[in-house]
Design a protein around this ligand. Structure first.
Ligand SMILES: Cc1cc2nc3c(=O)[nH]c(=O)nc-3n(C[C@H](O)[C@H](O)[C@H](O)COP(=O)(O)OP(=O)(O)OC[C@H]3O[C@@H](n4cnc5c(N)ncnc54)[C@H](O)[C@@H]3O)c2cc1C
Length: 386
């Protein structure tokens, strides 16, 4: 038991998908090798880097400490939302016009993902941001913030509509999409594995210019890209102080009335979120802000306090009692000003991560910037912290 969380429930429900449970896996590295580029971390961001590098005709080795998308990339809410974690009007005021560039880049990533994986994996549903959460009085400041965001999106010609329905009030963003994140990752890995040498259960235990050391061999290469979001400061201690790891938690339920959530829905400033699949099953996360101090941790285990909150939240999103059948957590990286990190940490070693809880699209955007930085010496866009 973890508090009151039965240990046999501690697994990501996304893995129940047959495409994920049937994943045949990738070989571990067996001996020393050489490549043009080594990508460390095969989540959504690392796999995007591998794809970009292959598109340039390079010889690529990619390694992951566990299964593909063993971290947050395979354990998240599956929301594909335009923009960074910081709402656009706030990001604009903090970072300037580059925030809109990032918003557009993430929307383009949805198109790329859909082209690669198809519309059965990337579902173009749009998303709803609620002021508050269902059946709960919204904070008036959250209501005002939805209005401010709407105004900002319209001024920048980004589609947005008002939402008013059984879930409450807020805004509908028609360009957004949703997915099973683990299915996205294994789908990408399957598409790339024939062209890049990808290895699971092969942790990098040493990273230095020109060499990545693993327990089963050394990879020699000209460029190393470290694509790790949560726990990045453990892999690269020189980034301690620039990124900080937090835990985010989720649960899944048995099916409830299908169609209750027409698309992914997030509320209460985006802290709480849920999506529902065609069977009626709910995938619910959030509450980190309510337990902030204990969630600044490197642990990836679910806890009773957050899970109890998520159980109540699931009933609000479902509009009926729910039965929980899976609980999980994972680590993500936060940065001080909300801009993700993409920078050299050593000669020929570039790290990217720190997506502040919203990295499904921003991660691949950062991956492309890292490739352009490493191969073409193109300065990273201002929406990334270098
Ligand atoms: C509960 C939860 C809900 C979330 N919901 C959303 C959402 O709905 N939408 C959204 O956009 N974002 C969401 N996020 C954030 C998002 O999941 C992450 O920002 C994103 O997945 C990061 O992907 P990544 O590939 O950059 O990094 P990671 O997922 O951190 O992947 C890094 C990979 O590197 C591997 N690795 C680590 N150390 C080593 C090493 N030493 N050697 C080799 N490999 C190593 C890990 O095993 C892992 O597979 C959520 C996160 C969580 C935890």
């Amino acid at each position: 038991m973890i508090g009151t969380v039965p240990i046999d429930m501690s697994r990501p429900a996304w893995d129940d998908d047959s495409a994920v449970s049937g994943w045949r896996g990738l070989p571990t590295l067996d001996g020393d090798c050489a490549a043009d580029v080594c990508v460390v971390g095969l989540g959504g961001s690392g796999l995007a880097a591998v794809a970009d590098l292959l598109g340039r005709g390079l010889d690529v080795v990619g390694i992951d400490a566990g299964r593909v998308a063993a971290g947050a990339a395979g354990r998240n809410g599956g929301f594909l939302l335009g923009g960074p974690a910081t709402f656009l009007h706030i990001a604009l005021s903090m970072w300037g016009p580059c925030a809109v560039d990032l918003y557009r880049a993430t929307l383009a990533e949805i198109d790329s993902l859909e082209a690669l994986l198809g519309s059965s994996v990337v579902r173009r549903t749009g998303s709803i941001r609620l002021a508050g959460i269902p059946d709960t009085q919204a904070d008036p400041a959250d209501v005002r913030d939805c209005a401010d965001l709407t105004k900002c999106l319209r001024e920048n010609n980004i589609a947005v509509e008002e939402y008013s329905g059984e879930l409450g009030h807020g805004i509908f963003l028609p360009d957004d999409a949703v997915m099973n994140p683990a299915r996205r990752a294994v789908g990408m890995a399957a598409a790339l594995a024939g062209r890049a040498r990808l290895h699971e259960y092969t942790p990098a235990v040493g990273i230095e210019p020109g060499a990545v050391t693993t327990p089963t061999g050394v990879i020699r290469c000209d460029l190393i890209l470290v694509a790790v979001d949560g726990r990045l400061e453990c892999v690269l201690p020189q980034l301690d102080g620039r990124v900080r790891t937090a835990r985010l938690q989720m649960l899944a339920t048995d099916p409830v009335a299908p169609g209750r959530l027409p698309c992914p829905v997030y509320g209460r400033w985006g802290y709480d979120y849920a999506q529902q699949d065609a069977s009626g099953r709910m995938y619910v996360g959030g509450g980190r802000d309510l337990f902030a101090e204990e969630e600044w941790t490197f642990s990836g285990e679910p806890t009773a306090r957050v899970q109890n909150y998520l159980g109540s939240l699931a009933e609000l999103f479902a509009g009926e009692p729910v039965s929980v059948n899976a609980r999980w957590a994972a680590s993500v990286g936060f940065t001080a000003d909300g801009r993700p990190l993409c920078c050299y940490v050593d000669d020929g070693v570039i790290a990217f991560g720190g997506y502040n809880g919203t990295g499904n699209l921003v991660g691949p955007v950062a991956a492309r910037a890292a490739v352009a930085l490493g191969l073409d010496a193109i300065e990273v866009p201002k929406y990334l912290s270098s």
